[in-house]
Design a protein around this ligand. Structure first.
Ligand SMILES: *[C@@H]1O[C@H](CO)[C@@H](O)[C@H](O)[C@H]1NC(C)=O
Ligand SMILES: *[C@@H]1O[C@H](CO)[C@@H](O)[C@H](O)[C@H]1NC(C)=O
Length: 240
């Protein structure tokens, strides 16, 4: 009995010691995993308006502007968000895959648009999609990064940014930082491919660019009966 108690108390203090080490290790791990906490929620709210985010659904889509599947998925995403109107808040997070060599530039371009004139973010995304092939690896293997950036800047200039403002913002460290945060945010949510969809913060398993408006309807229609948490999400839409 005494032996049992002793051995068990030895086991207990061993366990406590192991527990302490584990706790210390996880503290070290979590402090090294801490990246800059952004000043505002990452991503681009679609069709920013004061009506946005008062419904029950927050739909987050991780998009690599140079991903062909994202380009294919985009028309359906737009139709879905237009169908549900202000009941659905769409936030696109740029997620530049490292193996798409120019994806960071393209994603940075979206942050530049957000900071220069936020109503041009989605027109720019669509313009990049329609010129996507010219920015893919095979098309740019023999092109310098500086030249790729200059093509991106002249593409954006077609959208009517004030002269040189896009280029100036592109070279500002703030837009570099914002793009890094977007990438790290995606990593922190376990994103390993695009498009990845979260609905009210939960990853939709199996959802991909083959999903139709009807497929999304099966998920969203029943949710529309919920009263929602209006004020929670509406705080994400600038201007509200
Ligand atoms: C944008 O939001 C406004 C206000 O909610 C709405 O009237 C309009 O139809 C929306 N536009 C698109 C493209 O979804
Ligand atoms: C932003 O872009 C939109 C669309 O081109 C334009 O109507 C608006 O005047 C621009 N806003 C500013 C502040 O430049």
């Amino acid at each position: 009995m005494a032996t049992h108690c002793r051995s068990s108390s030895t086991a207990l203090s061993l366990l406590r010691a192991v527990g302490l080490v584990v706790t210390l290790l996880s503290l070290v791990a979590s402090s090294s995993a801490q990246f800059a906490i952004p000043e505002r929620y990452d991503g681009f709210v679609y069709n920013v308006s004061t009506e946005q985010g008062r419904g029950p659904v927050m739909w987050e889509v991780f998009v690599d502007p140079l991903c062909i599947d994202c380009k294919n998925a985009w028309p359906v995403v737009k139709q879905v968000v237009e169908k549900y109107g202000s009941a659905l808040l769409l936030i696109v997070h740029p997620f530049p895959a490292p193996f798409h060599h120019n994806a960071f530039f393209a994603s940075r371009g979206l942050h530049v648009a957000q900071m220069t004139n936020s109503s041009l973010v989605y027109p720019l995304l669509e313009l990049i999609f329609s010129n996507q092939e010219s920015f893919l690896n095979p098309s740019t293997n023999h092109e310098t990064p500086a030249h790729v950036v200059s093509r991106l800047i002249s593409l954006a200039d077609n959208l009517g940014f004030p002269t040189n403002s896009f280029e100036v913002a592109f070279n500002d460290a703030v837009t570099d930082q914002a793009t890094r945060i977007s990438f790290k945010y995606g990593c922190s949510r376990g994103v390993v491919g695009t498009p990845t969809y979260l609905v009210n913060g939960v990853a939709v398993a199996g959802a991909d660019d083959s999903w139709s408006v009807e497929d999304w309807g099966k998920l969203f229609d029943p949710m529309m009966k919920s009263p929602g948490f209006g004020m929670l999400y509406s705080s994400l839409a600038p201007g509200s």
